[in-house]
Design a protein around this ligand. Sequence first.
Ligand SMILES: C[S@@+](CC[C@H](N)C(=O)[O-])C[C@H]1O[C@@H](n2cnc3c(N)ncnc32)[C@H](O)[C@@H]1O
Length: 269
Amino acid sequence: MVRAYRIKVPKSMKRKRSEEEIVSEAADYRHLDREDEGKPEDVIGDMPGIPVMPPADGSKKSNVIFILDKAPLEIGKVGNKHVLLNSDEHANFLKKQSKDPSEYRPDIVHQALLAILDSPLTKAGRLQALYVRSTRHALIEIKPHVRIPRTFRRFCGLMVQLLEKQKITAVGNREKLLTLIKNPVTDHLPVNSRKIGLSYSSSKLVQVRDYVAAASDNVNLVFVVGAMAHGIIDKGFIDDFISVSNYPLSAACCISRICNALEQKWKIL
Ligand SMILES: C[S@@+](CC[C@H](N)C(=O)[O-])C[C@H]1O[C@@H](n2cnc3c(N)ncnc32)[C@H](O)[C@@H]1O
């Protein structure tokens, strides 16, 4: 059973945040420059990690990186509470702010993360890195061994904590498990990365299994999948742009296809 998340905030940190602070924080994360580095860390979360074993033979194996793009992760102050805005619970609030509720689907991010982190691929230690780029320019790094809450409500609570505090740290060893990091995401990718963007709108339709089977083991595969309901991923840094089905799929379904294909390629059962 997954342990409950605990928020341990030193008393000195328990200052009530003004609405303006939250609004400005939710508005844009482009300013993020890691000014907090070097300051003592706040232990704000208790997230047990799943131990990921290194390869049994100690050899260096190729791994995969995922980027979830255009993730609708936005905090709003509804009543007295700071919440992760979503179309199910906050449609009226969003309409009053002249925002389209159908764009607020953090459940897509939640499902996509579970598809990645639950996969045998990740359990076998072959997920090298996982990044989430929000529509508000927050760039989040998620450690591959993190256990994301399985219920949507708790996932929302975790995201609010993360976006407000800029990191979620394990209580035991203070490892940063989820962190807001500096843009652009390309600065965090290995040199020999092949950035593969996914979209139903791509004219290059591939069989994922054949596509990954043909990829060189010397190249780091980086899959960029949209975590939004509508629109298209940012193609600015993409090397290849593919469609993996004749049908529009959910992000989680696309991710499962990629994970399955890599599990076959790397003989992970
Ligand atoms: C809910 S869809 C977003 C819909 C968006 N109109 C699109 O197709 O890009 C979420 C993501 O799943 C991926 N996706 C959905 N269907 C796909 C397909 N047939 N081939 C490749 N990627 C797909 C894309 O990365 C997309 O951004």
